[in-house]
Design a protein around this ligand. Structure first.
Ligand code: URA
Length: 217
């Protein structure tokens, strides 16, 4: 799995990440969701440079223009619920993409021990297509690994998979590098050093799902 950290290059992307991290600014849920959607546009655009293109003729009101446009068949998926605005932003970049959704959540056993529960998965055929899995936070990598293999079980093998995770931990990257095949790429904007005992990323942003949609029971 190749890792591309867009946050390593100075760009407006980091202003958005700074707003999402800021404990006061992030309280504005509308802005938080909008920022996630804006990240979706940026990651979608950057990722589009890795797709396949061919030249097509487009008839304008005045003549015919040759334009190189993407032929890659895409399926965008997200892990509910924090990734929803990110998914929406990516989908705005790729109008013809199909969509998949998966619900994976941590079920705490004793103390800080947890396992990942998958309760919902809806997925089109993935065979021969490029899969994008968007999730805002990549903390342990466990949900992502389970979601990836569940989607493949349901939809078949994609030719390539892009993981879009704006905030990632070093732990999760190392974990996934051992468990995912070669034809995968991780896109991130920040790689954070630490995890708390309950597997929250530090410095991170807090609970992305709660920040976007409110707290849960
Ligand atoms: N999920 C979150 O929302 N935040 C973290 O820090 C880790 C996982």
């Amino acid at each position: 799995m190749k890792v591309i950290n867009l946050g390593e290059t100075d760009s407006a992307l980091n202003n958005i990440i700074a707003q999402m991290r800021d404990k006061d600014i992030q309280k504005d849920k509308l802005r938080f969701r909008h920022n996630l959607k804006r990240l979706g546009y940026i990651f979608g655009y950057e990722l589009s440079k890795k797709l396949n293109y061919s030249v097509k003729e487009v008839v304008t009101p005045l003549a015919t223009a040759k334009v190189s446009t993407s032929d890659t068949r895409l399926v965008i998926s997200t892990i509910l619920r924090a990734g929803l605005p990110l998914h929406d932003g990516i989908l705005d970049v790729f109008d013809d993409a199909e969509n998949a959704f998966i619900a994976a959540f941590r079920k705490y056993d004793k103390g800080d021990e947890f396992h990942i529960n998958i309760e919902y998965c809806t997925c089109p055929n993935l065979t021969g297509k490029t899969l994008i899995i968007a999730d805002t936070m990549l903390a342990t990598g466990a949900s992502m690994e389970i979601a990836y293999y569940k989607l493949i079980e349901e939809g078949g093998r994609p030719t390539f998979t892009h993981f879009v995770c704006p905030i990632a931990s070093i732990y999760a990257i190392e974990f996934l590098q051992k468990r995912l095949p070669e034809n995968t790429m991780l896109w991130t904007a920040a790689v954070d050093e630490e995890l708390t005992s309950r597997f929250y990323i530090v410095p991170g942003i807090g609970d992305a799902g709660d920040l976007a949609y409110g707290s849960k029971l």
